[in-house]
Design a protein around this ligand. Structure first.
Ligand code: TRP
Length: 328
């Protein structure tokens, strides 16, 4: 089986956008790839170094949602980056062979330095973010990296680092490739892209009541004032979103009823909320289970990290020998 590696920064509870954009794909891939999935807690430090108080708690909450979504510790190796210190060692070796210019040119770096003003990102680690990511990927000699479009530049840089490293020290690492997740961007409850920073998310652990309340405040077709007015489902976030969670025929019928004013916006909102609740039901059930069994989540993380570390140790031995810094 080919190997995949992917990580997420510890953002805490995950939302439907995280699920559709990444997690669902991981769950699918675990049957056909040897999978390594980890909490990138050191990556959180590169920008959120000033307040580290939530990192641990958020890591556990996030893995809880991974398990609830169906990531299976018997198939995938689930671990936390900081529990595998070999990542830091490989990061040092990679940082030696990475020209500064490569890092300064990374689009996410330039963009975030320009746009993020509420934290000081003039620190060393923030520039080195993609080098640490390259170490994460190569630590397990991954062939593929399942990521969204925003991470492609980082995988590209990883390939360049691998080429330069192999060139100096011999063929140690395969060149990994991004495995793009083709998923439509999920709209949040305010019409913008679903994102934690916009406060417009449906969380995987939201109860039915919470989902209903969040969907109730969504905006529908602005030109439809009264129920007798014909609706325009193509201009309505609620209608569009409903379509993502039900069969096409069902959505078509709702669209038709909306256009002909046979149903109102409230009806469609109720249908959307219910569709989401049904869609999330198996996940919700497991979230509740793991919420009540946080010790089990901890044990899964510790066992996964132990397994990851075994593999990382093997690869580091090889790296040290290739670089002539081996003393054994
Ligand atoms: N940079 C990734 C993100 O923000 C997280 C990440 C860290 C990652 N290391 C990785 C993803 C290695 C894939 C492989 O989403």
């Amino acid at each position: 089986m080919k190997r995949i590696v992917s990580g997420m920064r510890p953002t805490g509870k995950l939302h439907l956008g995280n699920y559709e954009g990444a997690l669902k794909n991981w769950v699918k891939l675990q049957d056909s790839y040897e999978s390594f999935h980890f909490v990138a807690d050191w990556h959180a430090l590169t920008s959120d170094y000033a307040d580290t108080s939530k990192i641990n708690e958020n890591s556990i909450l996030m893995v809880t949602d991974w398990l609830a979504a169906g990531l299976d510790p018997n198939k995938a190796t689930i671990f936390v980056q900081s529990l595998v210190p070999e990542h830091a060692e490989l990061h040092i070796y990679f940082s030696a062979v990475t020209p500064l210019g490569w890092l300064e040119r990374v689009p996410t770096y330039k963009e975030q330095r320009e746009n993020i003003t509420d934290k000081d990102l003039s620190n060393y680690a923030f520039l080195g973010y993609p080098v640490l990511q390259a170490a994460d990927i190569c630590m397990y000699k991954a062939h593929y990296v399942p990521v969204g479009q925003d991470q492609v530049a980082h995988v590209e840089l990883t390939r360049e680092i691998v080429r330069r490293f192999n060139n100096f020290y011999g063929d140690v690492f395969p060149e990994p490739e991004a495995l793009l997740t083709a998923s439509p961007k999920l709209t949040g409850t305010d019409g913008r892209k679903m994102s934690k920073s916009y406060n417009n998310t449906i969380e995987l652990s939201d109860s039915a009541d919470v989902i209903q309340a969040k969907v109730r405040q969504m905006i529908t077709d602005r030109t439809r004032v009264k129920k007798v007015d014909p609706g325009h489902p193509e201009d309505c976030d609620v209608c569009q979103m409903h379509r993502m969670f039900v069969a096409a025929g069902v959505a078509d019928q709702f669209d038709d009823d909306c256009r002909n004013a046979r149903i109102g916006c409230v009806d469609r909102k109720k249908a959307l909320a219910q569709a989401m609740i049904d869609y999330l039901a198996p996940i919700t059930e497991r979230v509740n289970y793991y919420r009540d069994h946080q010790d089990e989540v901890r044990d899964i993380i510790l066992e996964g990290s132990r397994r990851a570390r075994e593999e990382a140790g093997r690869v580091m031995g090889e790296v040290r020998r290739a670089m002539n810094i081996s003393w054994s």
